[in-house]
Design a protein around this ligand. Sequence first.
Ligand SMILES: [Zn+2]
Length: 97
Amino acid sequence: MPIHEFDCLKCGHRFEELVGSHGTAATEVKCPECGATELKRRISPYAPVPRQLTPNQRRRLEDKRGTDRGGAKQRFKQQRAAERRAASRRAGPRGNR
Ligand SMILES: [Zn+2]
């Protein structure tokens, strides 16, 4: 997926841009808010999807896109585990009684 996430260094706006042969050339990406070209590219290990999707919807979307299922499933599992770990950490110290 040639979609990249960018942070504008000027106004802090975060946006996604399709970069590559079907989109904007990497050198021509501009902030849609202020037009600045000083951007920081974020490398996301995940295919970027709209944030308001639930994990379930996201997974279905990935399936539809034809991402290789085994890999996606495994990544999903890892993410779930990480989320659970983060949640229990937030809830308090764990296993320390
Ligand atoms: Zn900007």
